[in-house]
Design a protein around this ligand. Structure first.
Ligand code: RNT
Ligand code: ZN
Length: 423
């Protein structure tokens, strides 16, 4: 492993002193960062294919583009890849599975028959690594979702099929939570919507309320399992109407005490997701963030350190939301090395949170409180380039993970030794 620059120790001492001058305790910030877990999405590793091998196309408005070699083809390969990722990011993180990633032993197990037994290996694996698992029912890539409708389908039998899938997935989520001693968040996202202008906007939403209520009927202890629901503005093929819109799910989650999943790629490009947090938090038990990067019509680019992400991190830190917000990644890019795609995203989220933790918030609040708006703007601008990058390097060093681009050399070696052997 390439070691960090030999001046890191000195640089860190200076950075710490510089922060202390602004009243910021770097060690305190580091200990908070240590408690931050990011739920790493299984679907980046294999282009959202899963292990059902039914040949069904992805659908649901999800599109994975790119043909970079080395995608994980089996649960074993996926686990090995994720272990590599975990060795390249500081901290203890989680892993988010989709129902289609069960281990079905070569048999066809339909979605209304998935059960805990298909996820036993995943739980043993996570236990061995000391990480938690999160879960997602898979309401796409299936013959009964080809119409574009699942929980809102006008046919009661089709709705029933998907309700059963949702119910079983929550059992699996609770099995994760119990088995691993850390509450699993099971996140419901459905693709249901219309390409063109519907006449009946009301029917699907009313059916969705009933279907969700049926899915969520069984109660689980909050120490084991949480539900979350994920809205979306539009998708490919559902440009005119999405049944599970933001307004719909915000109301549902507030009324039924569910977590709301805010996916950063699911809003108008000029809408600020950071602004939503303090608006929804008074009404909800918690939020699941699907950290993504929307570009034009696509909501799923690899997360990078951008203003939108930094803004969200500031909200989490300034308002002490880290305890009530679960962080998960949600993107899939098949055009670059998939391990690197994961590492870049996890590291970007951690960096954003670290930068936010190193903000002189009391001073900013004082300026704002005194009405010194000039001072507030000037300070916000100046603190952008405080030496938090050095603190990040030190953080990586303490956690014995490569800093800077040293991690990429590890990924390249892994590509040569492992990924290149996958046809
Ligand atoms: C789709 C949602 C959803 C999926 C994953 C694969 O728009 O964001 O979270 O990306 O379930
Ligand atoms: Zn999402």
């Amino acid at each position: 492993m390439v070691r960090p620059g030999k001046n890191l120790g000195k640089a860190f001492a200076l950075a710490k002193a510089r922060y202390a001058e602004s009243g910021i305790d770097v060690e305190a910030a580091i200990s908070i960062l240590e408690t931050v877990s990011i739920s790493i999405q299984c679907w980046q590793g294999d282009d959202v294919r899963g292990f059902e091998n039914t040949g069904a196309s992805l659908g649901g408005g999800l599109a994975v583009l790119g043909s970079y070699p080395g995608r994980a083809r089996t649960p074993e390969e996926l686990r090995r890849d994720v272990e590599k990722v975990l060795s390249l990011v500081p901290g203890v993180h989680r892993f988010a599975l989709h129902a289609a990633y069960g281990e079905f032993g070569g048999r066809f197990v339909d979605r209304d028959a998935v059960s805990t037994e298909h996820f036993e290996n995943w739980v043993s694996w996570a236990r061995g690594l000391g990480i938690g698992l999160d879960f997602n029912p898979t309401f796409f890539a299936h013959r009964l979702s080809e119409s574009g409708f699942t929980l809102t389908h006008p046919d009661r039998a089709v709705r029933g099929f998907w309700i059963e899938h949702g119910r079983r997935c929550r059992e699996i989520g609770a099995f994760f939570g119990r088995g691993l001693g850390t509450a699993c968040v099971t996140n419901v996202w459905i693709p249901d919507g219309w390409k063109d202008t519907p006449v009946d906007r009301r029917g699907p939403r009313e059916r969705l309320v009933d279907s969700l209520d049926a899915v969520f009927k069984r109660r689980f202890s909050e120490s084991v399992h949480w539900d979350s629901v994920e809205p979306k503005l539009f998708g490919l093929g559902s440009e005119s109407y999405v049944a599970g819109s933001h307004d719909f799910y915000l109301g549902y989650a507030a009324k039924r005490r569910k977590m709301l999943c805010l996916d950063t790629g699911h809003y108008h490009p000029t809408e600020s997701l950071a602004d939503k947090l303090s608006a929804v938090m008074p009404w909800l038990p918690g939020v699941l963030l699907h950290v993504s990067r929307g570009i034009r019509w696509d909501s799923d680019h690899v997360v990078t350190l951008q203003d939108g992400l930094v803004d969200i991190a500031h909200e989490l830190v300034r308002h002490d939301y880290l305890g009530r917000v679960r962080l998960g990644l949600d993107y899939f890019d098949a055009s670059i090395n998939r391990i690197a795609a994961w590492v870049i995203g996890v590291r970007a989220v951690l960096k954003a949170i670290l930068a936010a933790l190193l903000e002189p918030t009391p001073e900013l609040r004082r300026l704002e409180g005194e009405g010194d708006l000039t001072g507030r703007l000037a300070l916000l601008e100046e603190i952008k380039h405080l030496p938090w990058g050095i603190v990040w390097e030190q953080y990586c060093e303490r956690h014995e993970v490569p800093s800077d681009l040293a991690w990429l050399q590890e990924v390249r070696r892994y590509e040569k030794d492992v990924l290149s052997g996958r046809a």
